[in-house]
Structure formats: structure tokens, C-alpha cells
Unconditional design. Structure first.
Length: 323
């Protein structure tokens, strides 16, 4: 008999020298490592009752897509009714969220597919050298071969009812603040969310295997998100894997081995996508500001994710019927 988890927890980043995205779940929920035949997956864990399956899917869209497909096709796992909960850290737009903010994604936009001209060679009247596939100008529509160049995995709209339910379950979850607040957040203007404590919110997630940072890059992410969501999504946070994960879940759904309407995506801000005003973007990769809220993001992500997991396990018939 295959294991039939109610929740599949997908994490990605697990560094060797410190806690990562799965660590708190593994330690506090007493998850035990298991072997799955013919999957090639090294980091898969089960809760004692088999209701929770967790894995470290790897960094980058390609790694997570491969891992999720391997898991979903494994004969030892029946994920057809599972709720998929993707949980990781991310980079927040400082105009929409502060450090430590948990963001339930209502949209996920892929930031990798596209045409690109090196920034040193773009026309003077272009604000970016990254174009949608098939377009001839920034944020333009494909001029030829639209049926071949516009893919259904360029943008994902998550189940709005499920997103709102997760958001509601987390409204009273106590959140910790990043220790970097006084030393780092005060460098941002006082009228931004950076000046306040984190609160659970919802917004669009940009998924790009290319880790981007900077004021200009963030403005591109805002407009790229608006373009692909037809102005319905607001760029709030980014991650490096989620379009790959959701693409795999969507494909498994077509095979009857998953339900794409049961996918939730939670990213918690460990850093920003642009530096404070007046500071150089390149410093982000060379000092402690790379992940100024790493531990707070892990803690707040764990708290919000487990609020939803606990409700799923306690009220499974409702979740099973409603997604």
C-alpha cells in the first residue's frame, strides 16, 4: 500500500553549516527519513502517522521540477489527494513587505523564460533588455509564433479560496522580528513597510533561478509581474524554484497523480530585492546583508506553515472536499 499523505511539504534550501528550510519542521515535528525506491531522492521524510511527507527538492527551478516529478510518479506515494505546501525563504520588495514577512502567493510568475539583450547593448529608449518570448520590445506581446512561445507555465494563478483560507489561519500567529531591524531596516524610508513589524500577507511571487538584486531589477520584477498577470498580481516576494515546482504539480495533475488546485506557496522574507537608497546593489553579495533575516524568516515560515498543517490534519474531511 502506498503512503497517502494529507500534506506534502516542499522545501528547497538546506545549507550544510546552519539550519535550512526543512530543519525546524524535521526537528519539531519528529519527521523521520525514509527511502523511496527508484526516485533518486535523498532527503524525504515522513511523520509518524504518515500524514505528512516532507522533502528537500533542491535549489533552482530545474531541480525542484525533477524532484517533484520523481516523487509524484513514485509507486510508493499516492499524492492524488494531498495538499502541496511549498515553504521557503525569499527576497521581498521593500515597498510591499518587511523582513520576516510571510507571504502567501496568489500568483507565481516565471522570470526566466524570455529574450534578453545585455544591458550594455539595449536601445537608449528601452528600460530593460529582458523581453517576453516573441516580443520585440519590453513588456510587449509576441509578434510571431505566439502559440509556440507563450507557455502555460509562464504564470500560475493559485487557488484563491485556498490562499485566503491559509491567510485567515495565520492572522493570529505570533511573528518574530529580524534582529537586523535597527542596524539595517532603518536605512530605508520611514514610510515603507520596512519601518513596521512583519504581518502575514498575500501577493505575487516571482520565480527565477537567476538570483537578482537591485533597484532596477526590482522595478523590472514589478512590471514583469503586472504584464503576465494582466495587472492582477502585485510583485511582493521572489524565490528561485516555484515555477518549476508548480509546473511539475500541474503536470502530475494531468496524469491524475496530484491536484493542482491543492497547491499552496508560502515565502517568508529573509532579504530584500533591492538595497537601501544610496547603497550599492553589489554589496548585497559581499556582506552580511545577503540574508539579514534568515533565522526570522525560517521561524515565521515554520509558524505559519504549521498553522495550516495543523488545521489540515484536524479538519481533513473539510480540506479534502473543498480543494
Amino acid at each position: 500500500m502506498p503512503v497517502c499523505p494529507k500534506v506534502i511539504l516542499v522545501t528547497m534550501f538546506e545549507p550544510q553549516d546552519r539550519a535550512g528550510e526543512l530543519t525546524l519542521f524535521r526537528e519539531r515535528m519528529e519527521l523521520e527519513k525514509v527511502e523511496l525506491a527508484a526516485t533518486g531522492l535523498d532527503e524525504v521524510y515522513l511523520g509518524q502517522e504518515g500524514d505528512i511527507l516532507a522533502l528537500i527538492a533542491g535549489v533552482g527551478t530545474a531541480n525542484t521540477a525533477i524532484s517533484i516529478m520523481a516523487l509524484g510518479l513514485c509507486p510508493e506515494v499516492d499524492a492524488s489527494e494531498s495538499v502541496w505546501l511549498i515553504c521557503g525563504i525569499g527576497g521581498a520588495d521593500p515597498t510591499t513587505a518587511t523582513l520576516g514577512t510571510p507571504v502567501w502567493a496568489d500568483w507565481c510568475v516565471d522570470g526566466d523564460f524570455g529574450f534578453e539583450i545585455d544591458a550594455r547593448e539595449i536601445p537608449e529608449n528601452w528600460e530593460t533588455g529582458i523581453l517576453p518570448l516573441g516580443a520585440q520590445e519590453p513588456y510587449g506581446q509576441p509578434k510571431y509564433g505566439a502559440e509556440d512561445l507563450v507557455r502555460d507555465y509562464q504564470v500560475f494563478e493559485l487557488n484563491g479560496g485556498l490562499v485566503q483560507k491559509a491567510l485567515s489561519l495565520c492572522q493570529n500567529v505570533p511573528l518574530v522580528e529580524a534582529e537586523a531591524k535597527a542596524a539595517y531596516l532603518n536605512h530605508f524610508p520611514s514610510d515603507l513597510p520596512t519601518a513596521h513589524a512583519p504581518v502575514v500577507t498575500r501577493g505575487a511571487c516571482m520565480s527565477s533561478a537567476r538570483y537578482f538584486h537591485g533597484k532596477i531589477a526590482t522595478e523590472w520584477a514589478r512590471k514583469w509581474t503586472k504584464h503576465w498577470t494582466k495587472n492582477s498580481g502585485t510583485f511582493t516576494i521572489c524565490g528561485m524554484e516555484d515555477s518549476g515546482t508548480l509546473h511539475a504539480i500541474d503536470h502530475l495533475s494531468k496524469l491524475g497523480r496530484a491536484n493542482r488546485h491543492r497547491a499552496l506557496l508560502l515565502r517568508t522574507a529573509s532579504n530584500f530585492t533591492e538595497p537601501p537608497p544610496g547603497e550599492c546593489a553589489s554589496q548585497h553579495f559581499s556582506d552580511e546583508n545577503t540574508f539579514p533575516a534568515f533565522d526570522a524568516a525560517l521561524e515565521n515560515g515554520y509558524r505559519c506553515a504549521t498553522a495550516v498543517i495543523d488545521d489540515i490534519l484536524a479538519n481533513w474531511p473539510e480540506w479534502s472536499a473543498g480543494a
